[in-house]
Design a protein around this ligand. Sequence first.
Ligand code: GLN
Length: 618
Amino acid sequence: MIAGCASAAASPIQDYLQELHGRYLDLDEGKAATYIPELAKANPGWFGISLATTDGHVYEAGDARQPFTIQSISKPFVYGLALEDNTRAEVLKRIGVEPTGDAFNAISLEANTGRPRNPMINAGAIAAAGLIAGKSPQTRLRRMLEMFSRYAGEEVFCDEAVYRSESETGHRNRAIGHMLRSFDILAEAPDSIVDLYFKQCSVSVTSRQLAVMAATLANRGVNPLTRQQAIRGEYVESILSVMGSCGMYDYAGEWLYRVGMPAKSGVAGGVIAVLPGRLGIGVFSPLLDGHGNSVRGLRVCEELSRYFDLHLFNTPHASKSVIRLQFSLAEVNSNRVRTPPEAEALRVRGAAVRVYQLQGNLFMPTAEVVLHEVMAALAGLRVVVLDLKHVLSINESASRLLYQLLLKLQGQGKPMLFTNIDRAPQLARYLKAKLKARFDSLFQAFDDNDAALEWCEDCLLAEECQPGDAGQPVAPANYEPFAGLAPAEVAVASALLERRKYQPGEVIIQFGAPAGELFLLARGRASVSVRLSGGAAKRLATFSAGMAFGEMAMLDRAPRSAVVTADTEVECDLLKVEDFDRLGETHPRIKILLLRNLALGLSRKLRKANREISVFDY
Ligand code: GLN
């Protein structure tokens, strides 16, 4: 017996699987399949339970690493490959999607066409094997094994003994193959196709691998452990549909009612169940009931579904949480430091710019929430910003709705901006395809909210404030820290200043440097930034002419805690710490005013931070 993986050992989910395993360990109803002699050799005590999430967490209990043959659980996967290899029309012409109440090996074909009713009964599965592309039988088998390996996240092989055993006794399946050939459902001699079918059934797997394969289906075809695409996402719904209606043979209706997940069983005792978007389950226990389904497998799936509320028709609604956060420019500003009149103008007029930070999966029901919120506020808005930073996925219908919203806003002359669009590349592609020549003008994307907010602020301020970055250096009398000084005092203070010039991109203050001076910005723009733990630089503040920076070190004398870089050509006047200190003896009033102005600047920053904290509420 193999214990659960170490990383999940302490989880209550792991504990529950263990408990389930213990509860059904003694259940010995049912019989192992005997019609394939090799399967009759199975140890009736084998019992493995595995559960894999679409986030790639795997939980397991019991014989989760015991190999057994996949048998009919191969059928939905091969059907998916047939869909990838052919047009849907070609596949549907040869294999129906209607459940039958017949057993898996019934020789039942549609009366006139000879078309198998669905791909989960043997006839349909053999027809699907006949649709796998590849010139030679070896190539087809190789492609099949590669597909299974992508799903499992590990290389899988055929169990030769089981294959031989089935091949020696598989007369009924051969008969089905010949019937399919007679109706032209198979386009070539049936022998090599039925042989391929025997081989696909003899692929050796574990319940752990089955859970990962099921989780790959739950994850739209992407293996959650390896991130490899096992099948194109567009075919997954078809695979799950036939599993849902036909996966459990003549028990399919009862299964949907009780368990409520698409599933598939195999005569070696395996069962998989898929909860789309969430998780996959793999159970193994060789003793079968009269339908050919694993007795313990059924019980475990039913228990798991009930205990964890996994029934597909009992899906919780998650749409309201799609808007993680929303705020306006009146509450949160960019990190560009504004003068007090500018900041006041933004507080008065900023409500017209609203940022919606979205999260999770965007599809019609969640996109509807976004549209509803934006439309309800639209009359008072001039700009809408959609922040996609926490979006996990966006499908085509949600992309279409956002595109239509963008056009509506555009019709009213209101721009819609996107930030962190790299999190939703599907949306960018969709908009590009739809907007065509208008894409460059209508699609306004910014790296982050800071950049988008600054753009919005500039738009609002351009209407009523003079841009502050004129070419001429600011006169010392206009430096913010010198506010309130008499002309003679300005002259005294100015005499202490030392002018320095910096090129765009040049570092003005280095992280960790000793604090030697206060910087008064005479011309240009300079930005303070820190390195985030991920390595990216984050802007904390951008200063314009007239403002001061480096004042904190002037007060506490600690080494520099951030980097300051020139954004443009910059001219600064430096006031040395020693000169500042000496002012206390020679001109105490100047020092007091300087300190007061620096304190005012700091309190403005703190107020801004406090306002933002109240919005972000973390
Ligand atoms: N190889 C088996 C057969 O065709 C598969 C059947 C099954 O697992 N139900 O008989």
